[in-house]
Design a protein around this ligand. Structure first.
Ligand SMILES: Nc1ncnc2c1ncn2[C@@H]1O[C@H](COP(=O)(O)OP(=O)(O)OP(=O)(O)O)[C@@H](O)[C@H]1O
Ligand SMILES: [Mg+2]
Length: 288
């Protein structure tokens, strides 16, 4: 793996986000969002459509400003795109006129300057191998399947050895089988590299499989309403291994219930509550 340094730590404190609307009004997209992600931790954001997941992850990645509170990475307030960041978007966002190899090479960003041509090529080749795209290095994005595009997007995000990986529904558009395979590959890659990962998904099973903790968001305005610790042992190599796991089912039901009750407000309290496990991981603060 290319990452040799520890993963970044993220501190999101009392963050708010407003989008200006016509006639001087504003849409309060996020209010009082609190979340602390530790170095090497995998945290998923789940919540109803429009609750502000993309807004939050873009602010962490320095792609959008916030209006209140603070976001810092390793203690430094985010101003612009942080160094050693990998970002994976829902649609892979590859450059159509570049080959897979050249798209992945773009992900080297800043560190390209410190590498010889040979070293760059070697890093890109290593990453392509890791995501199973070696044979497709000279293909253009239009010649790839959806799953292959996502792999290329993942390789581009990982090639610089990021200390922080931000992923916004990266597998949302994929068929179920490709999705399972990529989840397993991602679990392996980030655990080997100890990369801190903030991951947006609508798929609660995916969140349970991958995450150390799941931050459940509520909407209008968006905030983190509960953080659920996924107290399942690691390594979790196979999704199938969770199918008949009772604890995994309880956690999924609990998270689903939290998301659903926010959507229709009709469901009663969960019977499978999964509170933070004190001492397991340093608890991130939930929004009040
Ligand atoms: N560029 C923008 N300009 C104005 N309003 C925006 C903009 N981006 C997002 N919003 C608003 O902010 C709120 C949160 O949107 P956001 O895209 O962050 O939600 P989300 O949780 O990612 O939703 P989804 O699950 O559908 O992707 C919504 O009310 C949306 O209308
Ligand atoms: Mg979104």
């Amino acid at each position: 793996m290319t990452a040799t340094q520890p993963g970044a730590a993220i501190d999101i404190v009392a963050v708010g986000k407003l989008y200006a609307q016509r006639r001087g009004t504003a849409n309060v997209a996020l209010r009082n969002v609190n979340l602390r992600v530790q170095s090497g931790e995998f945290v998923s954001l789940v919540g109803a459509s429009g609750c502000g997941k993309t807004s939050l992850i873009r602010m962490v990645g320095g792609l959008a400003p916030y209006n209140a509170g603070s976001i810092s990475i390793d203690g430094n307030p985010v101003r612009g795109v942080p160094k050693r960041l990998g970002f994976v978007f829902q649609d892979a966002a590859l450059m159509p006129w570049k080959t897979v190899r050249d798209n992945v090479t773009m992900g080297l960003n800043e560190i390209a300057k410190t590498l010889s041509k040979q070293e760059s090529r070697a890093k890109v080749a290593e990453q392509l191998e890791l995501v199973g795209l070696t044979k497709y290095a000279d293909y253009y994005p239009r010649q790839l399947s959806g799953g292959m595009k996502q792999r290329a997007g993942l390789a581009r995000a990982l090639v610089s050895g990021p200390s922080l990986l931000l992923m916004d529904e990266p597998f949302g558009a994929l068929d179920a089988f490709t999705r399972l395979r990529l989840q397993e590959e991602l679990a392996l890659i980030v655990s080997k590299a100890n990369t801190t990962t903030l991951f947006v998904t609508h798929d609660v099973d995916e969140a349970v499989f991958l995450s150390d903790r799941i931050a459940v968001m509520s909407a209008s305005p968006g905030t983190v309403k509960e953080i659920v610790s996924v107290d399942l042992p690691r390594p979790r190599l196979r999704r199938q291994g969770l199918l008949d796991n009772r604890r995994a089912a309880e956690l999924r039901d609990h998270v689903l219930r939290l998301v659903m009750e926010d959507q229709d407000g009709k469901l009663g309290p969960s019977t499978a509550a999964a509170p933070e496990q004190p001492g397991m991981l340093d608890a991130g603060a939930t929004a009040s």
